[in-house]
Design a protein around this ligand. Structure first.
Ligand SMILES: NC(=O)c1ccc[n+]([C@@H]2O[C@H](COP(=O)([O-])OP(=O)(O)OC[C@H]3O[C@@H](n4cnc5c(N)ncnc54)[C@H](O)[C@@H]3O)[C@@H](O)[C@H]2O)c1
Length: 248
């Protein structure tokens, strides 16, 4: 008996890295899964390899498309228990170098996309105690990193918003739990690209490499924990998975 039997999960940024691994792990535990992403070809490929998984193309900044994605999830699978707001990206540059366009891109995708996801999904999520929203933050939201001021702002924003939406759910007594995960450096296409692009002395590399890199499975196991009944007493918190990067 899988820990997610009968449950339905919607995962953004599911074509790659952490989101794709979350989809594999939740499906392995019995969930039906919808993954969304801007990368259509890769998303369809990932979904085809996972049982009971469908892919929908979606830019998380698109509010109208959010309504369609939630409606299509309900039409296909009949319910929605887990929302993983995982889509994200990073653009490097100090406050003096980063363009305002690149600042807004990151806050729009990560803070805006997470807000829109919660807004679209919450009214339709299961209220039988299985409802769980998991927002992908980062240790970057817990500290200062000169090379990524917009990314740190976006992830800190996600952590604050997670608490506020969790309080809202408690006030509504809707039994939906809302948490964030703050990973340290994890081996994914995002970090591979950063390692390839950045000069070796870039301060941003400390965040990625300084404490040893984790694997997507290290994050997906926590996504599963928060999504299934094991996490039933956890809401409004941010769980750090960083091999001690932020412990001192
Ligand atoms: N890999 C790490 O070290 C690490 C650490 C902390 C937090 N995170 C966070 O985990 C999440 C996943 O990162 P990853 O490492 O798997 O990266 P990744 O690049 O492998 O995957 C991110 C996915 O998000 C998608 N995406 C980007 N913008 C989008 C948009 N506007 N709409 C829809 N999809 C969009 C991309 O197409 C991609 O498939 C991100 O939020 C990232 O910030 C990653």
């Amino acid at each position: 008996m899988g820990k997610m039997n009968g449950k339905v999960a919607l995962i953004t940024g599911g074509a790659s890295g952490l989101g794709a691994e979350d989809a594999r792990v939740l499906a392995r535990e019995g969930a039906s899964v919808v993954i969304t992403d801007m990368q259509a070809e890769l998303g369809a490929q990932v979904a085809a390899e996972i049982p009971n998984c469908v892919f929908l193309q979606h830019d998380v900044r698109d509010e109208a498309r959010w309504a369609e994605v939630v409606a299509e999830t309900l039409a296909r699978f009949g319910r929605l228990d887990t929302l993983v707001n995982n889509a994200g990206l990073v653009r490097f540059g100090t406050v003096e170098d980063l363009s305002y366009d690149d600042f807004r891109l990151q806050t729009d995708v990560m803070v805006g996309g997470t807000f829109l996801g919660c807004k679209a999904a919450l009214p339709h999520m299961s209220r039988d105690g299985s409802g769980s929203i998991i927002n992908m933050a980062s240790v970057a939201g817990l500290k200062g990193i000169s090379a990524i001021p917009a990314y740190t702002a976006a992830k800190a924003g996600i952590i604050g918003m997670t608490r506020s939406i969790a309080v809202h759910c408690r006030e509504q007594a809707n039994r939906i739990r809302v948490n964030a995960i703050a990973p340290g450096g994890i081996v994914t296409p995002m970090t591979a690209q950063a390692l390839a692009e950045l000069p070796a002395d870039n301060a941003g590399l400390d965040q990625v490499q300084g404490h040893g890199m984790g694997q997507p499975a290290d994050i997906a196991s926590m996504v599963l924990y928060l999504a299934c009944d094991d996490g039933r007493h956890i809401t409004g918190t941010t769980i750090t998975i960083d091999n001690g990067e932020t412990m001192a």
